[in-house]
Each structure stands twice: as C-alpha cells, then as structure tokens.
Write a protein that binds this ligand. Structure first.
Ligand code: AMP
Ligand code: GLY
Length: 431
C-alpha cells in the first residue's frame, strides 16, 4: 500500500513510525512532516491545511490510504474531499468531526443521549453568559465553542476570572470566530484519563488507556499546553472501569452519531474526568492524541495499518489488537517560554545517543534540518518515549534519554507519570 500521513507533530511521527513498520506499507509519505519523520517517510512540502494540494497529491501518487493527524483539516472536510476524489481516508467527515469542532454540539449530544458530562450552558450573548456565571459561582469552566488549539478552556477559580475569560473570548476576540459562542460548565473533580477508540461508523475497538499532562509545570502547575507528556497504561483505568467507559460513553456516542446521520469513522478520543460519580466526558477529540500516540504506538504489538484500513472500511468487528504488557512513557521537550513566546532556530544535539538506548524512541514535533543540524522550530519539539516493565521503569529510561539530549534552549517536566508511580497501582492493569 501507498500511505500518506497528514501533519507534522509528534503524533504524526508516532503514526509514521508504526505504519512504516507494517509489512503492508510499500511507500510512506508525510505532508508536511518534520526532521524526525523524514527518517520513516518521504516528506512532501504540502501544509496540513492545504486541502486542494493534499487531494491533488493523493490522486497523482495513487495513494491507497490517507491518515489525517490533526483536527483542523478534519473539521475543514479533508476526508470528505479525499473520498469524493476516490481516495480512501482514515478519519471522520466534517459532519462527524463537529464533535470536536463545536463544544456546544458535543454537550447537546451528551445531554440528549444521557452520556455523562458536566452540567452546562451555551451562550452567544455576553450578558446571559455573565449572569450564568454569577448565578453558578466558582469554580467554573469557560470554553470557546470552536477549535482553539487546546487553549480555549479556562478553569476559573473565581467568578472574576470566569468573567474575564468570557470577555476575552466574546469581546476581545481572543479565539476569533471560535469564541463567539461559549460553553460554561460545572467544574469536575477527579483524575483525568484519555480513552481512545478506533471507530468504523458502527463498531469500535478501544485502544490502551493513557494519561497526559496538560499543565506546563511540575505538579500540574502553570498554564495549559498541548500536552507535556503522557503514559500508558493508565493504572486508574481498571478493566471494570474500561468496560463502564465503553458502555456508558463510547458505545452511546458512536450510536448517537450514526442516529444523527453523522456516522463516525476514525479515532474517537474521549477526554474523561474520573469523578466520584463515575467517568464523565470533558471533551471529545476526533483524532489521535498528542502526545498520547507516542506511548500508544510503542505499546501496540499488532500492525496498526490494517486496523486503520478496517476502520475506514467499516469492518472493525473482524479485528483485534494485541498490546505489549510493558508500559510506555513520553516526556515532551519544549522550547523555553512555551506555551508563551519562545525562540525558534536553536540547535539540538545528542539525539543519536538518546535514541541508541534500548526501548527508546525520540519522536520529533517542531524540528527541521539545516546543514545536517537538527533545529527546533516549534513549541513542543521532541517526545522522548521509552518502554519499561512498569511505568516507573519506563519513566526512568525516558529521563535517562532526556538527559543525553543537549539542548540548552529546551525544557521538560521532571514528573511525568507521577500519579501512576506514586499510586503504586498495578502498572499493567489492562491494555
Ligand atoms: P478540554 O480542551 O475541553 O479537554 O479542556 C482542557 C482541560 O481543561 C482538560 O484537560 C481539563 O484539565 C480542564 N477541564 C475542562 N473541562 C473541565 C471541567 N468541566 N471541569 C474541570 N476541568 C475541566
Ligand atoms: N493530549 C491532548 C490532545 O491531544 O488533545
């Protein structure tokens, strides 16, 4: 098969790494890719948002499957465009990608189908939004309705903070059109889990549960980022809890989307809070997680490519996935200053030494090559990922690799996977 992966982040490097290893893959392309992806795939200079360019390339090269990594081209209808042009594509259509593209849509769907999620209101008028906040009090959560690159959510500890968030979104235009409507919801307490499933329109196949770390600083402090690290398995997700998540959240969501004439194909990623009342949906994403994909592909024993094809073809019920018992931990290295302003163009050394460690893969995100040197070009730059017999062992190995990387302009959290390590819960509880 000739496969094209769309995107340029750590998630796409992880997907390329897994797909390149498939005996079914004869040629692998990535648009636009990065310096690390160039080791697995032929990178082509077409942006992930250039729908015309991507469709043209896929047709000209007779690509057999396009795997779309990021949410923006999915919401913009890349899968629709490819399929209309006769190219098979893994991922939801625009009609189904609205599950991530509009938080208001997602909340209404949960309410209509009894899928557990936080109590909420949807607002297009700022006076009503503010009145709702004053009536409910703090803590309270304010979300821009549309896509905001993971930055559209404010978990407000005070009413003033929530009112400011509403003003920034609705008057300040901080998130553009994505913030013209806001969702304001109850603040849930508990442990967060990323639960991903492959979906083929009707059936689903759960992937191993993961946890990520959204906050920039150790101890989960500071502003939220795209994700500073992730690990799998997530010991909090026991086999019983996984079943409950499937029965109460994944299955009804897949059914509801089909019933609405928006059959969902691709990855359904449920961001969950495990509360005292059970699992509740914080958000749905319509794609693989970043950085969750990095530990996931290192734990996957089965070939990923036929699973993606089966999801596209609507025959996931014939498929099973096998996982390594081992745990995997990904530590993200980012440019100093991220998620705020940061310097671009700094050199990274020592990558070969880190990658030479057993069971370690350094996935790239914001990197490029200049005169044979690896240069950081983004906020999140590397995903240093290691496998180990336990989460603790995987984490030690990941940090051993991090310490071999010579990049004075970069930083990482030093406490990734602290929950799993401190809890002492069985690290290989379930896939
Ligand atoms: P989202 O992009 O909707 O997942 O939100 C980003 C982050 O904000 C989540 O990972 C949570 O840490 C936090 N968050 C979102 N919604 C809530 C909520 N209702 N209660 C508490 N925290 C939340
Ligand atoms: N790790 C969070 C995300 O992929 O949205």
């Amino acid at each position: 098969m000739k496969v094209l992966v769309v995107g340029s982040g750590g998630r796409e490097h992880a997907l390329c790494w897994a797909i390149a290893a498939s005996p079914l893959c004869a040629a692998l392309y990535c648009a636009p890719g990065n310096a690390g992806i160039a080791r697995e795939a032929r990178c082509v200079a077409i942006g992930a948002q250039d729908l015309d360019g991507l469709v043209r390339f896929a047709k000209d090269e007779a690509i057999d499957l396009v795997v779309v990594g990021p949410e923006a081209p999915l919401v913009a209808g890349l899968v629709d465009r490819l399929e209309e042009a006769g190219v098979k594509a893994f991922g939801p259509t625009a009609k189904a990608a609205i599950l991530e593209g509009s938080k208001g849509f997602m909340k209404d769907l949960c309410r209509a189908h009894g899928i557990p999620s936080a109590a909420y209101g949807r607002f297009r008028e700022i006076g009503q939004a503010k009145a709702f906040i004053r009536e409910r009090g703090a803590p309270i959560v304010v979300k821009a309705d549309g896509l905001a690159a993971g930055k559209g959510v404010t978990v407000a500890g005070t009413v003033e903070e929530a009112l400011t968030a509403v003003e920034d979104a609705m008057i300040g235009g901080r998130f553009g059109a994505a913030g013209e409507e806001v969702v304001i919801e109850e603040c849930l307490k508990g442990e967060e889990v990323s639960f991903l499933a492959l979906v083929d329109g009707g059936h689903f196949l759960s992937l191993a549960a993961c946890q990520d770390h959204k906050a920039v600083g150790d101890g989960d402090t500071g502003p939220n980022t795209g994700g500073m690290g992730a690990y799998s398995p997530a010991p909090v997700v026991t086999p019983e809890l996984a079943r409950e998540i499937e029965e109460r959240i994944i299955a009804p969501t897949v059914g509801a989307m089909a019933a609405q004439g928006r059959p969902f194909k691709g990855v359904l990623y449920a961001g969950l809070m495990i509360t005292a009342d059970g699992p509740k949906v914080l958000e749905f994403n319509v794609r693989f997680g970043d950085p969750e994909s990095q530990p996931l592909v290192m734990r996957l024993r089965s070939d990923l490519l036929p699973a993606l094809v089966a999801a596209r073809d609507g025959v996931l019920d014939n498929l099973d996935l096998r996982w390594h018992e081992a745990a995997a931990v990904c530590v993200v290295m980012a440019s100093k200053g991220y998620p705020g302003e940061y310097r671009k163009g700094t050199e990274i050394r020592g990558l070969d030494g880190a990658a030479a460690l057993d069971d370690v893969v350094v996935f790239h995100a914001g990197t490029t090559v200049e005169d044979g040197r690896i240069i950081a070009t983004g906020g999140r730059v590397l995903g240093v990922t290691a496998r180990g017999a336990s989460v603790k062992e995987a984490r030690e190995r990941a940090y051993q690799a991090v310490d071999l990387i010579d990049w004075p302009e970069g930083f990482c959290r030093r406490d990734i996977a602290w929950r799993a390590v401190e809890s002492g819960r069985s690290p290989t509880a379930s896939p």
